[in-house]
Design a binder for this molecule. Structure first.
Ligand code: HEM
Length: 403
């Protein structure tokens, strides 16, 4: 048995697909947790492409006792990720123009400038902590500037987001251990602080509009009516969170893949046309957003299982991206695989709106790292640290020597 990147660095025990294993069943009921796990690529695609059968509204299944004192409806109003058609389509249209390939391409000089500034600040000591020095600040600054909140507040966001992502055990709809409840509580504290912060900015835009996305959301109309404060805040919250957590992981994961596969590091440095496919393969190989959730609107047959209505499905896109029925030699890191139909950005109506931005940030960051440093290598005795949340696959600290 060969040693995998996951074995070497002790990455999530539960993510068996990272250790060269295929699931016994593609769709499996996790009776102890109260939901269904989906691991196969065709099965995941079937779900993501059929929002009429598989709803994104998962909050309706969360047990009341888990979230006492929380107004779930208020928390999820305007959250694009939780909406179904027809409202989803209308809401998504409000921001889709801000993320077209043309608008995003125009951000390239700014992304390059931030990258250079961050690496200049990190200094030339022969070491980088890639996440702190670049992979966290770059995407958070870019999305904060788009929204119009001060990028200099990023240290505040980090504190709140770290709380939000603290849960290290698998979410459960069943037994609520004290530990589970405590971690949900902590996560909600982070969420609350972020929502209050964004609320203040939204209020300010109502009286003092600016040329930013927050103002656009405040002024936007849906069927002749303005969005509520709650909707604007939650919408902005999703953009801020989705706009940086995953991209931070993508940048770190791509560099970690190169450290593990030095032959590709050498090839990509010599031929920069390989950078975009290398980013796609990193997304397949270590998919940051490992799972997305759906709820069955009716009884369905899927992957040989019969799933009743009103069940939660955890769709493991990270496992689907290692499905040997779709990817030849799924455990081999091969940026030249073509096609590479990975599901790391999802599929269908909820396909990641920020994918062009994440890809651009990845390309600029990797090229700049290649230009500045002759080698980027992990340090024996200082292993990378990973997100503890089992639904995420990504580095949270990545100390490197820069050659
Ligand atoms: C490597 C980086 C990224 C990854 C892996 C990623 C992954 C995903 C995935 C898997 C979904 C689909 C969720 C579902 O089907 O339930 C999604 C949706 C979304 N992403 Fe990303 N994302 C990334 C970067 C970004 C960025 C930079 C933004 C910035 C704006 C962003 C904003 C969104 C939004 C708003 C949605 C919801 C779209 C909808 O529901 O219609 N993401 N993302």
């Amino acid at each position: 048995m060969t040693t995998t990147l996951a074995d070497t660095w002790g990455l999530h025990e539960s993510q068996f697909w990272l250790r060269g294993k295929q699931p016994a069943e593609r769709v499996r009921h996790a009776a102890d947790l109260g939901f269904w796990n989906v691991y196969g690529h065709p099965e995941a695609e079937e779900i993501l492409r059929d929002p009429g059968t598989y709803s994104s509204d998962t909050t309706r299944l969360v047990p009341k006792e888990l979230l006492e004192d929380v107004d779930l409806a208020a928390m999820s109003a305007g959250n694009l990720l939780q909406l179904d058609p027809p409202l989803h389509n209308k809401m998504r249209k409000l921001v889709s123009r801000a993320f077209t390939p043309k608008v995003v391409a125009d951000l390239e000089p700014r992304i390059a400038a931030v990258t250079t500034e961050m690496l200049d600040e990190a200094g030339g000591s022969g070491r980088l902590e890639l996440v702190e020095d670049l992979a966290y600040p770059l995407p958070v600054i870019v999305i904060a500037e788009l929204l119009g909140v001060p990028a200099s507040d990023r240290h505040l966001f980090k504190g709140w987001v770290d709380k939000l992502l603290n849960a290290s055990e698998q979410f459960s709809l069943k037994e609520q251990s004290e530990e589970n409840q405590a971690s949900v509580k902590k996560s909600l504290e982070g969420q609350k602080a972020l929502v209050e912060y964004l609320g203040e900015h939204v209020d300010e835009r109502r009286t003092r509009p600016r040329d930013d996305l927050l103002t656009k959301l405040v002024e936007a109309e849906l069927d002749g009516e303005k969005l509520t404060r709650n909707e604007v805040v939650n919408f902005a919250n999703v953009l801020l969170l989705a706009g940086h957590i995953t991209t931070t992981m993508l940048l770190g994961n791509a560099v970690l893949c190169l450290d593990t596969h030095p032959e590709w590091d050498e090839r990509a440095r010599a031929d920069r046309a390989l950078v975009p496919p290398l980013i796609e393969e990193s997304l397949r190989y270590l998919s940051p957003f490992a799972a997305v959730a759906r709820t069955t609107n009716r009884e369905v047959q899927l992957g040989g299982a019969t799933i009743p209505a009103e069940q939660m499905l955890m769709v493991w896109v990270a496992a689907a991206n290692r499905d040997e029925r779709v990817f030849a030699e799924p455990d081999t890191f091969n940026p030249l695989r073509d096609p590479n139909p990975h599901l790391a950005f999802g599929r269908g109506i909820h396909f990641c709106i920020g994918a062009p931005l994440a890809r651009l940030e990845g390309r600029v960051a990797l090229n700049t790292l290649f230009d500045r440093y002759p080698a980027l290598r992990t340090i024996p005795g200082e292993p990378p640290k990973f997100q503890v949340n089992p639904n995420m696959t990504g580095v949270r600290e990545l100390p490197l020597t820069t050659g």
